[in-house]
Design a protein around this ligand. Structure first.
Ligand SMILES: C[S@@+](CC[C@H](N)C(=O)[O-])C[C@H]1O[C@@H](n2cnc3c(N)ncnc32)[C@H](O)[C@@H]1O
Length: 242
């Protein structure tokens, strides 16, 4: 999977063209559309004409060989299967979040946090390290009529946040990122914070630490149009040796 090629956190940016305003670019070039399998939520979504490479640091879509390092992929421009199932689960089971303080870890588009806010969470914080993603979360939250606070730094390096529930949608997409996320989630559990994970069983998913709560058939962002959907799970992350 392309996304696994680059999962270094903490640069706070996409190394793109800093002259472009990410919010203006997203509004002008992406399509605000309902998420397949989640029609309650609309997201600014990339399409073949979006020209995302301009935002990410290339002049045009054909300009691939200038020796420039690859920019951070636009994770935020698509709904990933893990976030989609977690959002679906929350909308179907609003008591999971109702009245609670929630962290959406690795928020991307903000899909999971938006579902939590719609389902009645008291407070939603979205943690995201990509500057373009942060702009997308702001726009997507506004488009869905919800309020989300944004934490724009690598929260996995620090102590657990002051929340009741951590929601982690598709954050095991790369080995390095999984190695950072698991100890952070362990610190959250130790602090009494519940942790739910949505994932289509990517290779770095720590299955031995997870209890399956629900499964849904949803498309993943890279699936071809009309491709068969695959089952993705919503899991509770539990202590080692549970
Ligand atoms: C695969 S995407 C999933 C996005 C969204 N949750 C979904 O399911 O559609 C993972 C996201 O995690 C973000 N991310 C990676 N490491 C992070 C970190 N340490 N803190 C916050 N976000 C991080 C990436 O920038 C990316 O947007």
């Amino acid at each position: 999977m392309r996304a696994a090629d680059n999962d270094t956190p903490g640069n706070g940016a996409s190394d793109g063209d800093l002259r472009l305003d990410p919010a203006e670019f997203i509004e002008a070039n992406l399509r605000l559309a309902p998420v397949p399998a989640l029609p309650e939520i609309r997201l600014y979504t990339a399409h073949p004409g979006s020209g995302l490479r301009r935002l990410l640091g290339f002049e045009d879509d054909n300009d691939t060989d200038k020796g420039t390092p690859e920019p951070q992929p636009p994770y935020w421009a698509y709904a990933w299967a893990g976030g989609t199932v977690l959002a679906r689960y929350i909308l179907d089971h609003p008591m999971t979040v109702a009245g609670r303080r929630v962290l959406d870890l690795g928020a991307g588009s903000g899909i999971v946090g938006i579902a939590a806010a719609k389902a009645g969470a008291r407070e939603v914080i979205a943690a995201e390290i990509d500057r373009n993603g942060i702009a997308a979360i702001r726009l997507n939250a506004a488009a869905n009529g919800v309020e989300i606070a944004i934490l724009d730094k690598d929260i996995t390096a620090g102590p657990p946040p002051a929340v009741d529930l951590v929601l982690a949608g598709d954050v095991f997409y790369g080995h390095e990122v999984a190695l950072r996320v698991i100890p952070f989630l362990d610190r959250c559990l130790a602090a009494g914070i519940e942790v739910l994970v949505g994932d289509p069983r990517r290779v770095d998913l720590p299955l031995t630490r997870l209890r399956l709560l629900a499964e849904y058939q949803v498309p993943d962002f890279g699936d071809a149009k009309g491709a068969a959907t695959r089952p993705s799970g919503v899991f509770r992350f539990e202590q080692e040796g549970h």
